[in-house]
Design a protein around this ligand. Structure first.
Ligand SMILES: *[C@@H]1O[C@H](CO)[C@@H](O)[C@H](O)[C@H]1NC(C)=O
Ligand SMILES: *[C@@H]1O[C@H](CO)[C@@H](O)[C@H](O)[C@H]1NC(C)=O
Length: 507
């Protein structure tokens, strides 16, 4: 009986998790100010064309100019700036309506404005598209501050600086929103690049990139270079940019080897963090702390976000190595800026931060390191002062490798082989000096075999668990109904992730 009781509790926890999961959803967006400094442009003589005769799994590169996917045509296809988001141009509907679409690896819906709004200059007029088909299914996403609601439909889309071809995709047409579109933005929609599990209202809504891979036959991989790392915003001349390469990795965008870490679960891009170092000092926390309740790589989150314990340890380690002692706590909390006399950069005072990720060889790891230039971020100037903010924040829902870190690296989302690759980005430079480092392999023998918090069980135990779960099926169904019904009302999703668009937006 006691046994049964504990099983029902477990079932309840499972169903509660499932229910909660259905109701929660995060659209974190990349919002980080800075100046673009592309130190190494694409060499147009080295045209790389993907050989599509590959089995669709590889990153096979060939110099066959008649191929379908020319990566160099996709270089610098992202525009905008990190403060207001990176976006790619798309042509939606028939005839095509050109819109700018924000790129986000932390969500899975393709959603575009379909009604006028004071802060956007254009919107997708579904009535003018002969190929738009409505499903009359509603979808709504709510944030801590802001939300949008719309209708699910399908239409044809082409990406001028993407793979050649027209794709039939699911589109959530945003009919009303609150605090989603904000003043000064130059995008009108969002491209969620994560897995179906995060799609709203449910995973039957095939995400955009899944459709691209299926219909154009390109390899199931994309890669992202974000080039907004911070030089003073006051001297911005060229618009920052970046590249979203669909179908593989473009060698002119990175240097050195690509280091791979497995994707732990396919929902967000979840990875396993083994260790953190500040300066060369290991924080020495239990590795599960780094992954509680998950660790994800998310282009849409502005900052490097750390679970509260880890965050405190990082702040403490930085503070103790800092030769400045009058730092207000508000700086670390993100409520205050730190300002220095113009021309005096504070970076030399701050240590490097390193994150160790599990290698695909699970007994090894590699580390990605960001210099202070990436996490002490120029954010504006005041008369004769340059002001900076702390690019790391505390998180109640897991570790997020956001733009602060990603801007140091070329990140390959190798979905085909269920792994993420990191290489040194060719645009992660400040005054000719690299602001990121990558090194390995290191032995992972000193950490637990699994830091990710997954429950690892031998198969026999799984069978027993499932049998017991089956006994409780009735309870489960009742609980699920109770939990899902309130969420399904209007297919509304509650966003509780503090890294949402609105919260981290810098106006
Ligand atoms: C699309 O096709 C054109 C003409 O064949 C080619 O020049 C171009 O490089 C292709 N673009 C991409 C992104 O592959
Ligand atoms: C994985 O790493 C271990 C420890 O460094 C090494 O002994 C082993 O040969 C590696 N395995 C493969 C397949 O490379």
């Amino acid at each position: 009986m006691a046994n049964f009781a504990s099983v029902s509790i477990r079932v309840f926890v499972f169903s509660f998790f499932f229910g909660a999961f259905k109701c929660q959803f995060s659209i974190p967006l990349k919002m980080y100010p800075g100046k673009f400094n592309l130190s190494s442009g694409a060499n147009s003589s080295s045209v790389r064309v993907l050989a599509l005769k590959s089995d669709g799994d590889g990153l096979s590169l060939a110099s066959d100019p008649s191929g379908t996917v020319n990566f160099l045509d996709m270089v610098n296809n992202l525009q905008g700036d990190s403060g207001r988001g990176y976006y790619i141009e798309m042509s939606i509907g028939t005839p095509g309506q050109k819109l700018n679409i924000l790129v986000d690896t932390g969500s899975s819906n393709f959603a575009v404005a379909s009604a006028p709004h004071p802060y956007i200059t254009r919107y997708f007029n579904t009535k003018l598209s002969t190929t738009y088909q409505s499903t009359s299914r509603l979808v709504a996403v709510r944030y801590t501050q802001g939300n949008w609601e719309g209708e699910l439909g399908t239409d044809l889309v082409t990406i001028p600086n993407g793979p050649n071809g027209t794709i039939a995709v699911n589109i959530a047409s945003i009919l009303s929103s609150d605090s989603f579109f904000l003043p000064g933005i130059n995008w009108q929609g969002i491209l969620g690049l994560a897995y179906p599990m995060l799609a709203m209202p449910d995973s039957s809504v095939e995400p955009f990139f899944n459709s691209v891979v299926k219909q154009l036959g390109i390899p199931n991989t994309f890669s992202l270079q974000m080039c907004g790392n911070g030089l003073s915003t006051s001297s911005v001349v060229d618009p920052p940019a970046g590249s979203l390469i669909m179908g593989g990795a473009e060698p002119t965008l990175y240097r050195g080897p690509i280091w791979y870490t497995p994707i732990v679960e396919e929902w967000y891009y979840q990875v396993e963090v083994l260790k953190l170092e500040v300066g060369n000092q290991n924080l020495n926390l239990d590795c599960k702390e780094y992954n509680s309740d998950k660790a994800i790589v998310d282009s849409g989150t502005t900052l490097l976000r750390l679970p509260a314990n880890v965050f405190s340890a990082v702040v403490e380690a930085i503070t103790s190595s800092l030769p400045i002692d009058n730092f207000s706590a508000g700086f670390w909390e993100g409520t205050k800026l730190a300002c220095w006399t113009k021309g005096e950069t504070p970076w030399e005072f701050f240590p490097k931060i390193s994150i160790y990720l599990r290698s695909t060889n699970s007994s090894q790891s590699f580390r990605i390191t960001i210099l202070p230039q990436l996490y002490i971020q120029p954010i504006g100037d005041l008369e004769d002062l340059d002001c900076f903010r702390f690019g790391v924040s505390s998180s109640a829902n897991g570790l997020v490798i956001g733009a602060t870190v990603m801007e140091g690296f070329y990140v390959v989302f190798d979905r085909a082989q269920r792994r993420l690759g990191f290489a040194l980005s060719n645009c992660a430079m400040s005054n000719g000096v690299a602001v990121s480092e990558i090194a390995g392999p290191f032995s992972a023998e000193d950490v637990a075999a699994d830091c990710s918090g997954r429950v690892l069980k031998p198969p026999v135990l799984w069978v027993i668990s499932y049998a017991l779960v089956a006994v409780c099926a009735l309870i489960l169904i009742i609980l699920l109904l109770l939990l899902l019904l309130p969420c399904r009302r209007g297919d509304r999703g509650e966003i509780t992730d503090e890294s949402s668009l609105v919260r981290h937006r810098i106006k």
